[in-house]
Design a protein around this ligand. Structure first.
Ligand SMILES: [Fe+2]
Length: 124
């Protein structure tokens, strides 16, 4: 049986909707949902794996060492930075640049995630 954690990303098997779990339920019926596991390597990595750079007053996250397309039907919908357990998000739309800067203090543990509308969830 699927198990949700805080901020799990799941997909409805019927509608295809992508959903983020804000707070996992104790006995939720998850039979119609698939947990989407974040990819960290493999096919598509050069255009999808987030790259984190420390900048003067925060962190910059770029999607891919090769810039990801931001077309109407294929784009990065959201970039997240998880810094010492705090989640920061930047939602994007077609035509935007596939990167985000988060103005936050330096953290010990920093991870980035992004969601591509075609190629799914990726994590640094
Ligand atoms: Fe993609």
């Amino acid at each position: 049986m699927a198990k949700f954690d805080y901020y799990s990303v799941v997909q409805c098997k019927n509608s295809g909707n992508i959903i983020e779990v804000l707070c996992p339920g104790k006995d939720a019926d998850v039979s119609q949902l698939n947990v989407i596991e974040a990819k960290t390597s493999g096919e598509g990595e050069p255009k999808h794996k987030p790259i984190i750079t420390r900048v003067d007053d925060g962190y910059n996250v770029k999607v891919g060492e090769v810039e990801h397309p931001m077309d109407e039907d294929h784009y990065i919908a959201v970039i997240e930075l998880i810094a010492d357990g705090q989640i920061h998000k930047q939602y994007l739309k077609p035509g935007d640049k596939p990167e985000a800067t988060f103005k936050i203090p330096e953290a010990d543990d920093v991870v980035a995630r992004e969601f591509c509308t075609i190629h799914g969830l990726w994590q640094s």
